[in-house]
Design a protein around this ligand. Structure first.
Ligand code: DAH
Length: 361
C-alpha cells in the first residue's frame, strides 16, 4: 500500500489549491471515485489478515472522511465565488423603465352583442343560433319569400354551387331563418334573440359583404302589437341609455310579418354631428312586425292559437350610432390604432341597464 499519509496530504494539498468546481470534482473522482486512489486502497484491505485489516481500515476510513470533509468545505467556498461572479456579471439595473404593455381591447361588435344580449336576457329572452350556410327553404321560402318573389333580388344573395340534386345553398342573407328553425324544434312560448353573421354582396361605407344582425322572435298565446311596441321601446331606451328616447313605429312591409313596422328613434343633426335623443329628426334602426300567419303555418303552428312578433336589426348599424363610428368597413380592418380608440377594456362594466325600466312584455 502507498504511504497513506503521503497520499492523504497530497490530496488535501490539491483540494487546497483547486480553483474551480470542475477541478475539485476531478480531485474527488481521482480520490474517492469507484477507481479512486482511496477506494483502491479500501479494496486492498480484503487481502489482509483480520488484525491488520481492522487497523488499516480505521485509518483509511478516517483519511476518507477527512478528504470528503475538505472537499465539502472547498466546494462551498468555490460555489460562493461562482455565485459572486454571476451576481457581478448579471447586475440588474432596477432603474430601467419597464417595457410598455398594452391591454387587449374588446371589439365594439363583441361589446355591442354583449349589451344587446344582456338587455333582452333581462326581458326573459334566450340566445338561439343557426348555420351561416343555409338552405333556400329556411332563408326564403319558409319566411314567405317564394321563388320569383322580388324580395329575393333585394338580398344580393351569395349562392353556393348546386349540389347533386340541383339544390343551391346560400350564405344566409339575414338571421330570420333561425325563427323557422326554432319554431320547428320548440313549442311555444318562445322568446329568443339570434345574434349572428349574415352575408350580402354589397360593399360601401355602410355595407359589408359579411355583417351581423340580431333577430328576435316571441311566440305565445295572445301576443299582440302592444307587446312588440313595449319590448322594442324598452330595448331602444336601454341600449342608447336615454330614458325618454322617442321611438316611432312606421308602417312598412316584410314578407314574413303582417303588419310590419320599421322602428325609428329620435335624433338631431347639427353641423354633421348626430345626437341621439329628443330632436327634430328620426333615424331608422330596426325592422319588426307581427309574425305572418303563413310563416306560423309553415312551421306547423295554428295561427288561431298562437301569435307572435319578430324583429331584426343590424349590429354594426346600432354600434356605429351608439359609439360614433363613421365607416362600417373599419370594423374589419384589424387596425390596432382603431381598436385602441374604439375598443373596450374587457372588465369595463357595460352600461346596459340605463333605461330598462322593467316590465317589457
Ligand atoms: N330580415 C330582415 C332584414 O334582413 C330584418 C327583419 C325585419 C327581421 C322584420 C324581422 C322582422 O324578424 O320582423 O332586413
Amino acid at each position: 500500500m502507498e504511504s497513506l499519509d503521503a497520499v492523504s496530504s497530497e490530496i488535501i494539498d490539491a483540494i487546497d489549491i483547486a480553483d474551480s468546481l470542475d477541478a475539485l470534482e476531478a480531485i474527488r473522482i481521482d480520490a474517492l471515485g469507484k477507481k479512486g486512489r482511496i477506494s483502491l486502497m479500501m479494496r486492498e484491505l480484503g487481502g489482509m489478515n483480520a488484525e491488520d485489516r481492522r487497523a488499516a481500515g480505521q485509518t483509511l476510513n478516517r483519511v476518507k472522511d477527512d478528504i470528503a470533509t475538505a472537499i465539502d468545505a472547498k466546494q462551498k467556498i468555490l460555489a460562493a465565488v461562482v455565485l459572486n461572479e454571476r451576481l457581478e456579471a448579471e447586475r440588474l439595473d432596477v432603474s430601467l423603465p419597464s417595457r410598455p404593455h398594452t391591454d387587449a381591447r374588446l371589439h365594439p361588435l363583441s361589446r355591442t352583442i354583449e349589451e344587446v344580449i344582456a338587455i333582452f336576457a333581462e326581458m326573459g329572452f334566450q340566445v338561439a343560433e343557426g348555420p351561416d350556410i343555409e338552405s333556400d327553404y329556411y332563408n326564403f321560402t319558409a319566411l314567405n319569400i317564394p321563388p320569383e318573389h322580388p324580395a329575393r333580388q333585394e338580398h344580393d344573395t351569395f349562392y353556393l354551387p348546386a349540389d347533386a340534386e340541383g339544390g343551391r345553398k346560400v350564405l344566409r342573407t339575414h338571421t330570420s331563418p333561425v325563427q323557422i328553425r326554432t319554431m320547428e324544434s320548440q313549442d311555444p312560448p318562445i322568446r329568443i334573440i339570434v345574434p349572428g353573421r349574415t352575408y350580402r354582396s354589397d360593399h360601401d361605407a355602410t355595407h359589408s359583404p359579411m355583417f351581423h344582425q340580431c333577430e328576435g322572435l316571441v311566440i305565445g298565446d295572445g301576443i299582440h302589437m302592444g307587446h312588440l311596441k313595449g319590448c322594442l321601446i324598452d330595448f331602444c331606451r336601454a341600449f342608447f341609455g336615454v330614458d325618454d328616447l322617442p321611438v316611432r313605429f312606421r308602417p312598412s312591409y316584410f314578407p314574413f310579418t303582417e303588419p310590419s313596422a320599421e322602428v325609428d328613434i329620435g335624433c338631431t343633426r347639427q353641423n354633421g354631428a348626430l345626437k341621439i335623443g329628443a330632436g327634430d329628426d328620426w333615424l331608422e334602426i330596426l325592422g319588426s312586425g307581427m309574425v305572418n300567419p303563413r310563416v306560423l303555418e309553415n312551421c306547423g303552428y295554428d295561427p288561431e292559437k298562437y301569435q307572435g312578433f319578430a324583429f331584426g336589426m343590424g349590429i354594426e348599424r346600432i354600434a356605429m350610432l351608439k359609439y360614433g363610428i363613421p365607416d362600417l368597413r373599419t370594423f374589419y380592418d384589424s387596425d390596432l390604432r382603431w381598436m385602441r380608440h374604439y375598443g373596450f377594456l374587457p372588465f369595463d362594466a357595460p352600461s346596459i341597464h340605463a333605461g330598462l325600466s322593467g316590465g317589457g312584455i
